[in-house]
Design a protein. Structure first.
Length: 289
């Protein structure tokens, strides 16, 4: 399969030689990672959600880089990003272990069969983010768990969109919207917690949201506004005008004086300005009604 393992004899992933020990149940497994190079990935455009789109390779076919980043224990389905995987306190370990069957049951409601002993595919890759969302509430605040949940929800939404394109008629489009709304909520909370100091985001090494570029905390500010605008507002909300004006305030912090730099690439400046104008346009339309 091009989604994981091999496609026509061409390897797209490999297993680390060093064993990973699950800090929750003690099981051991070998983490799977995607191979790079060899014409496997052909980058195309970046969407307004800062997702990189790839063209299928003639050598390998379709590859989904986002199915690999989350480590998942095949036995208890504990999931986290590699840098956080081992950082589980004793109290959290006991709680996560006690919720093993619940994780298995909840994921089975969407995907009846997931097996992390086999090479990743689009289904197990998508499920890995759902599992991460269920596990990060048990991590300490210095690991920025709310941001990691938001990032996972956004990537899950992207992969559900891929699943809907590949397997239409399975309600993946409806589940996609659910995860977009979750992402909107978590990104909004990330900004709030960063301001109050409830969670530290300076420990985050890569804000993504995709794998090829790091748009930093300003990317978080941009996405919190974009996701709220696209998926998190209700036209019947009596406080809609105030909420849209607050979004303008947040997004204006991204482009500031409008000068691009290494920390603030021109793409995100342009996208932030476009979003600002869209919000302005919506407010003007509301005034005319």
């Amino acid at each position: 399969m091009a989604e994981g393992g091999k496609d026509g004899g061409k390897k797209v992933s490999f297993y680390q030689k060093k064993e990973t020990i699950c800090p929750v149940c003690g099981s051991s497994f070998h983490r799977e990672e995607m191979l790079s190079g060899g014409g496997r990935l052909i980058a195309k455009k970046i969407t307004d959600e800062l997702r990189r789109i790839y063209e299928p390779s003639k050598k390998v076919g379709e590859i989904y880089p986002l199915i690999y980043p989350v480590s998942v224990c095949p036995e208890c389905l504990y999931a986290a990003y590699p840098g956080d995987f081992d950082k589980v306190g004793e109290k959290s370990r006991e709680l996560l272990l006690s919720l093993k069957e619940r994780r298995k049951h909840n994921i089975s409601l969407i995907f009846p069969v997931v097996d992390y002993r086999k090479p990743r595919n689009l289904i197990t890759g998508t499920a890995s983010y759902i599992l991460a969302i269920s596990c990060y509430p048990f991590h300490e605040s210095d690991l920025a768990p709310t941001f990691k949940m938001g990032l996972s929800a956004l990537r899950a939404a992207w992969l559900f969109d891929d699943l809907n394109s590949k397997y239409p008629g399975q309600n993946y489009d409806k589940i996609k919207l659910l995860f977009y709304k979750k992402a909107s909520k978590y990104y909004e909370l990330t900004v709030k917690y960063a301001q109050t100091g409830e969670e530290k985001v300076d420990s985050v090494k890569n804000f993504g949201p995709d794998l090829d570029k790091n748009y930093g905390y300003e990317g978080v500010l941009y996405l919190s506004s974009l996701l709220k605008y696209k998926y998190g507002i209700n036209e019947e909300d009596p406080e809609l005008v105030d909420k849209l004006n607050r979004l303008k305030q947040v997004i204006s912090k991204v482009f500031g004086v409008g000068k691009s730099s290494k920390a603030k690439p021109s793409l995100i400046l342009d996208l932030a300005k476009e979003l600002y104008e869209k919000i302005n346009g919506t407010l003007e339309e509301m005034e005319l009604k």
